[in-house]
Design a binder for this molecule. Structure first.
Ligand code: 0X9
Ligand code: ZN
Length: 738
């Protein structure tokens, strides 16, 4: 966090509008990132008229519009801030230049630049006129200022009355311009897909898609208007006072006016409105939803932060259909990331953002719909003014997220491991873990058909074992793990009442779990002699630092020594990326590598400071294994485990590095401390058929099988094809691997 207090007086002088200058609504304003530490600070700034550009504590900091008096106030309240844009006027002018360039280049066609309400409506009509029978434009309702809220329905020709319905809307918030482009792009792609993409054709035979790109046309137009306000968020209700507008995304009928990120004050950006559903926009959208009998899923697009937020926004309670919500949410987030590598974390508002009452997706959740808020690009600065060059990439990745939803609602079942699946397990035991199999919107599962397909090692036949149904959609997997250290590979099937069999994971992917075999380890009692740049060092941590977060430890997780970044105290401000890199490690022939180590880490949240781990195989480029998703304040050692399988499989030499930095110009933490580093593999060196684990497949193994002949209720090494019976199929495995 940057401290700017020393230069504030100078800045304030520069920013004060001169007496003769013409007044623009942005004169003398700058954009600052304010580190709000409590509600009182936020309220005092708000009362003094400083406008937040996000209605919330945005990852610990709130971007706000400051005039010189707000600098003074922030200083007197000891609030820290960082100037992002010294002159809003200049910033807006520069953005307009970018837009003009983008329009002139027009590389992205219609999507090269942001579009006005009129332009959007014209495009919607064009969609309809060029695709009659597939795309139909309709009016959802009319606003305070008399504008029509336009929507488009897209589905295959024919009777749509039994098709599943999906709602994708944008722009409840006026200034979130990219949240208009995204639903328009999705509409465009779906329509194109209807012409040339067999998968979309099939999906449109089963689904009706309803898209409303601009829920808040009055506000949206105001952000473009001369004399308007680029940073307007709400609608344009006349509140018969000094302030206009209601925050539409606080006006909905779930926990309306509930106190989380809401305000009864008409001047607030999160003004809830005079009553629940008081606004023509929320009424119109509510009435639309009420007329969609088969609505199963909903995305409300916003910007910015790059997040996929599931219900509830209003509380940390478990939402209905939580496994479906989590499975689809993770699918959407993965699909988005697969396009341009941009991370959109999936979680709930309470986890990732803040709680908010009276929001649209919470209300659709109460109608039985699976609903998300997607916060589009960017992650932070420049906020709502996404460079036009990023419109298309944002649209492309969002379309992938939308497709994940379209596919999911048409899938009959969803499998999930509520506690995750085990990776490292104990030899010779059953690894027991829960599984849920749920019907996605209709139909049912034949509960007695849930089956585990499992084998030891990575070749040969899969045994089948039935999976116990415990209650409702809940099952319990008992995964046998061999004694000799061969990993178990497995997949799961279940049949739906229509007789179709479904597989988890899909395609020919497998899950695996195995005994942890140490490939190599460093307990740090002696110096491993890794390549340590900057203040990385091996030795005893001194318990220093902790200006923010916790100080370093005073010893290792085991023994005294660790590798740490600045063993004496905090990392510095303005630090570049600084690495601790292992010597190359031979991993040839080793699959399913896991990195395990003891961590004692303190780092500020990633808007400001970074701590990460990456890996390089055979001297290639560095792949990120982990990067701090939030601030981290360890006050004790903890063991962490990272799966390197997808990075290292097939490689022969591995380097791992821990990185401190970059860090910004204020707030220091004690940084990395690392101990007991181990590379583990679940792929043992055992051989199929080696029943007694002595390294050879021979007559002793046959004798073991013969003497163990018959059923095996737990884990038996003689049961080489682990189907629960020691029989001739196991004998054949011994002979086959002789
Ligand atoms: O506050 C909002 O309405 C949304 N964020 S925005 O910056 N676009 O205004 C978030 C709504 C969903 N909120 C939570 N799930 N907490
Ligand atoms: Zn928004």
């Amino acid at each position: 966090m940057i401290m700017f207090q020393t230069i504030v007086l100078t800045l304030a002088a520069i920013l004060s509008p001169g007496l003769n200058e013409p007044k623009s609504p942005y004169d003398g304003l700058s954009i600052v990132n304010v580190k709000i530490e409590n509600k009182r600070q936020l309220n005092q700034l708000r009362e003094a008229g400083a406008r937040p550009l996000s209605c919330f504590d945005h990852g610990g900091a709130t971007p706000m519009l400051f005039s010189p008096k707000h600098y003074k106030l922030a200083n007197s309240l000891l609030i820290e801030f960082e100037v992002l844009e010294p002159s809003v006027q200049k910033y807006i002018e520069e953005f307009e230049v970018l837009r003009e360039e983008a329009r002139n280049n027009a590389v992205g066609g219609w999507f090269s630049d942001f579009k006005t309400w009129d332009e959007v409506n014209t495009k919607l009509s064009l969609f309809e006129s060029t695709n009659p029978g597939v795309a139909t434009v309709f009016t959802v309702g009319t606003t305070h200022e008399g504008r029509n809220i336009q929507g488009i329905r897209i589905t295959a020709p024919g009777d749509a009355s039994t098709r599943k319905q999906i709602l994708w809307n944008g722009c409840q918030h006026a200034r979130e311009w990219v949240a208009v482009m995204v639903p328009m792009y999705i509409a465009n792609e779906i329509i194109i897909g209807w012409e040339n993409n067999p998968e979309i054709q099939t999906l449109l035979e089963k689904t009706e898609i309803i898209i409303v790109p601009i829920v808040n046309p009055d506000g949206y137009e105001f952000t473009y208007a001369a004399g308007g306000d680029r940073f307007w968020r709400k609608n344009r209700r006349n509140n018969s006072g000094s302030c206009e507008g209601v925050d539409l995304n606080r006006n909905w009928g779930h926990e309306w006016n509930g106190g989380d990120s809401t305000s009864p004050n008409t001047c607030s950006d999160v003004y809830v409105g005079p009553s629940v559903f008081s606004e023509p926009e929320t009424q119109a959208m509510r009435d639309l939803v009420n007329k969609l009998p088969n609505l199963v899923a909903h995305i409300d697009f916003h910007s910015y932060s790059q997040l996929v937020l599931g219900p509830w926004a209003s509380s940390n309670n478990t939402p209905p259909q939580v496994n479906l919500v989590n499975t689809l949410g993770a699918n959407i987030s993965d699909a988005i990331e697969s396009i341009h590598g941009e991370t959109y974390l999936f979680g709930t508002g309470g986890d990732l953002l803040y709680l908010a009452d009276g929001v649209f997706p919470d209300w659709t959740t109460t109608t039985g719909t699976i609903s998300y808020t997607i916060e589009l690009r960017p992650t932070g600065s420049p906020g709502f003014d996404l460079p036009p060059s990023e419109i298309i990439p944002t649209c492309e990745e969002s379309f992938a997220g939308a497709m994940a939803m379209l596919r999911f609602v048409n899938e009959p079942v969803a499998f999930s491991f509520p506690n995750g699946a085990p990776v490292l397990v104990s030899p010779g035991e059953m690894s027991v873990f829960p599984l849920t199999i749920e019907t996605v919107f209709g139909g049912g599962v034949n509960t007695d058909t849930a089956t585990l397909h499992v084998r030891y090692g990575n070749d040969g036949v899969f045994a089948q074992r039935s999976i116990a149904h415990t209650a409702g959609s809940e099952y319990e997997v008992q995964l046998p793990v061999s004694m000799c250290g061969l990993q178990s590979e497995y997949w799961i099937t279940a049949e739906t009442t229509d007789g179709e069999t479904h597989r988890f994971p899909s395609g020919d992917e497998l899950f695996y779990a195995g005994v942890a075999n140490e490939v190599i380890g460093w307990n740090m009692n002696t110096n491993p002699g890794w390549n340590s740049a900057g203040q990385w060092d091996w030795g005893v941590p001194a318990g220093g630092g902790g200006a923010y977060g916790n100080p370093d430890p005073t010893n290792g997780a085991t023994g005294q020594n660790v590798y740490g970044y600045n063993l004496q105290g905090d990392y510095a401000n303005n630090l570049q990326q600084t690495h601790l890199t292992t010597t190359p490690i031979d991993i040839s022939g080793i699959n399913n590598l896991q990195l395990q180590f003891s961590r004692y880490l303190n780092v500020e949240q990633p808007s400001y400071d970074h701590a990460s781990i990456s890996a390089s195989v055979d001297g290639g480029s560095w792949t990120t294994v982990w990067t701090n998703p939030s601030g981290i304040e360890d006050n004790q050692w903890q063991t962490v485990l990272y799966d390197l399988t997808n990075i290292t499989n097939g490689g022969s030499s591995l380097e791992i590095r821990w990185t401190m930095g970059e860090t910004d110009s204020a707030w220091t933490y004690s940084g990395w401390n690392i101990d007991d580093v181990q590379l583990l593999s679940t792929s043992g060196s055992a051989t199929t058929g080696d029943v007694n684990c002595d390294g050879v497949v021979n007559v002793n193994d046959i004798l073991a099988i013969v003497s163990g002949w018959g059923p095996c209720s737990q884990v038996c090494n003689e049961d080489i094809i682990p189907d629960g019976t020691i029989n001739v199929s196991d004998l054949l495995q011994v002979i086959g691997n002789w």
